[in-house]
Design a protein around this ligand. Structure first.
Ligand SMILES: Cc1cc2nc3c(=O)[nH]c(=O)nc-3n(C[C@H](O)[C@H](O)[C@H](O)COP(=O)(O)O)c2cc1C
Length: 174
């Protein structure tokens, strides 16, 4: 028999317990990109959700010290690129785990542009090209609300039909 998840009720729940619980939840992995005066930039993010389809709207929660966040706020645009199963390397690069910086981060895969000029991963499961329409500061993060003005990615023509998932602090393809 597997151990049940121990119920925990606290007035102020500790962050490590919260992180352990959240680590059990499988999340799609995305690279959120934009373009600024210094060129293309982006970060790996799992805190992405659909908000509405009328108009098509997504949210991304970004830690306030993020370098990409500052560029998104200046440009007013971003693209959510949902990664295919084989893109673990890209997720690591854009999470700053490979000591690769700047334009070199974009050299391992083909990128294009749609409506806003933000980098669009051509073999993404899906790409949501957005105009920034609102921001909300919550705790340590800034929640970006984007209206989707273009859709890209490989879709059904994808060479790799799987999606990259992060669960148990590891990448998997499903
Ligand atoms: C699987 C995974 C998911 C992540 N999700 C987020 C996220 O949703 N929001 C966030 O701000 N950072 C997230 N990060 C951390 C950023 O990718 C990382 O801090 C990155 O280096 C920030 O880059 P920047 O400062 O150049 O923008 C995640 C990292 C990993 C490995």
């Amino acid at each position: 028999m597997t151990d049940p998840v121990e119920p925990v009720r606290r007035a102020a729940l500790e962050a490590p317990l919260y992180r352990d619980a959240m680590a059990r939840v499988a999340s799609a992995v995305h690279v959120v990109t934009t373009i600024g005066p210094q060129g293309r930039i982006g970060l790996t993010a799992t805190a992405v959700a659909s908000v509405s389809d009328t108009p098509p709207t997504v949210l991304v929660s970004v830690a306030r010290p993020s370098r990409t966040l500052a560029v998104i706020e200046a440009s007013g645009v971003f693209c959510v690129n949902t990664l295919p199963g084989g893109a673990e390397d890209l997720a690591e690069i854009f999470a700053s785990r490979r000591a690769i910086e700047g334009e070199a981060r974009f050299e391992t895969r083909p990128w294009g542009r749609l409506v806003t000029g933000s980098p669009v991963l051509l073999d993404a499961v899906a790409a949501f090209d957005c105009r920034l329409v609102a921001v909300h500061d919550i705790a340590t993060h800034r929640v970006l609300i984007g209206e989707v003005v273009g859709l890209g990615g490989a879709g059904r023509a994808a060479a790799d039909p799987t999606s990259l998932i992060y669960r148990g602090r590891r990448f998997e393809a499903i």
